[in-house]
Write a protein that binds this ligand. Structure first.
Ligand SMILES: NC(=O)c1ccc[n+]([C@@H]2O[C@H](COP(=O)([O-])OP(=O)(O)OC[C@H]3O[C@@H](n4cnc5c(N)ncnc54)[C@H](O)[C@@H]3O)[C@@H](O)[C@H]2O)c1
Length: 350
């Protein structure tokens, strides 16, 4: 699936829905590479383009307001179509703007990062950050047309961003496929990602979202690694050293796997395989006893919490997660604080 399929599907959709006006929302890095792509996408309709500064800081209510204002100044009505062409930042923000402008206009996501292809662009969650509170405000609304992932767009993606998407891909293997995890264990580097892995993740997420679109129960499983991951992302951002979302999630996968084994759910040898694998591909930051309370503070805003208790997704086996396990802060501190992440070593155990 590539550019031609996306253009064909959009053109047919516009004809069928009688859509004549589209805004392409993107960011500066993506625009630099894909001006020709935009020109082709715009052939069948009148198109306008909004280019945001790249980076998570643009995922804010201030940016949303500036886009709403732009739409209003241009007198766009509810027939406007918004195409979010970018990574998770553009998809999350654009989905939020589309679901709120004049109570909702039609939109689609054309994801350009690995992370957005396998996660952010699907599942109908849209939103902006509230300062350091990730996704503090948002909506559930599904794109009106689901476009296929165009993996050729990944050719221009910087390595660190590919690694970030790889973090989410590993999550899918850990919660959903021992076989995929085994395949990933044979990787020497992250550039060996195949289109079929991307397809697996998309299908896995879509199946779960179909069963629980509003994230009330089984969809929580997709949040494995994110209790620690979001807290680490917020902590690093507030400390002035931001990390990419999927890199923070990879840290979360490490610590939540550790928690799984320390609580007796995950066999020790499987934890060891996960630790070997994650330390080979990611720098895992140590969580010292002075950092942990700060992380717990962020975790207290986690959407999965119930009755003031932190609620974790944990692993029972590689490829199988268990959900909504309440853990008191005190236990968390005794299980995690001052654990020293191992230094990467060649993988033998997978
Ligand atoms: N809604 C959801 O279900 C969901 C799920 C996971 C993550 N997210 C959100 O997604 C965001 C992270 O997404 P992301 O990792 O895609 O980050 P991003 O959108 O910020 O993109 C990362 C960087 O890559 C650049 N880039 C994007 N595509 C490129 C390409 N093809 N070539 C060259 N450069 C390119 C961007 O300009 C940016 O600098 C976070 O805000 C996270 O909260 C949402």
């Amino acid at each position: 699936m590539g550019k031609t399929d996306i253009i064909r599907q959009l053109t047919e959709y516009f004809q069928h829905e009688n859509i004549h006006s589209m805004v392409i929302l993107t960011d500066g890095n993506v625009e630099k590479h894909y001006a020709d792509y935009f020109a082709e996408l715009s052939k069948s309709v009148t198109a306008d383009k909004i280019v945001l500064p790249s980076g998570e800081a643009s995922k804010s209510i201030e940016t949303a307001i500036s886009i709403w204002r732009h739409f209003a100044e241009k007198k766009y009505d509810r027939d406007l179509f918004l195409l979010n062409f970018g990574g998770g930042m553009v998809c999350d923000l654009g989905g939020f703007v589309a679901s709120t402008y004049k109570r909702g206009i039609r939109f689609a996501n054309c994801p350009t990062t690995l992370l957005a292809m396998i996660d952010a662009a699907i599942g109908g969650k849209n939103g902006v950050n509230l300062q350091f509170l990730k996704n503090g405000v948002g909506t559930f609304r599904f794109p009106d047309i689901l476009l296929p992932a165009d993996v050729t767009l990944l050719k221009t993606l910087p390595e660190e961003e590919l690694r970030s998407g790889f973090g989410e891909l590993v999550k899918y293997a850990l919660i959903g496929s021992f076989e995929l995890f085994q395949e990933l264990c044979n990787f020497d580097n992250i550039f060996s990602i195949k289109a079929e892995y991307i397809d697996f993740c998309i299908k896995f997420k879509q199946d779960i979202v179909e069963k629980d679109p509003y994230d009330r129960h089984i969809r929580h499983v997709l949040n494995f690694g994110h209790t620690f991951g979001h807290a680490i992302e917020s902590y690093c951002s507030e400390s002035g050293k931001p990390v990419a979302h999927g890199i923070a999630v990879a840290q979360g996968l490490y610590y939540e796997s550790l928690l799984s084994t320390r609580l007796g759910h995950l066999p020790q040898e499987e934890w060891q395989q996960i630790a070997d694998f994650l330390t080979k591909h990611f720098d895992i930051m140590p969580i010292t006893s002075d950092i942990l309370p700060k992380l717990v503070n962020y975790m207290q805003n986690d959407k999965k919490n119930h009755n003031n208790l932190l609620n974790f997704i944990l692993l029972e086996h590689i490829g199988h997660a268990i959900q909504d396990i309440p853990i008191p802060n005190i236990d968390l501190c005794s299980f995690i604080a001052n654990h020293k992440p191992q230094i990467a070593k060649p993988l033998q155990s997978c």
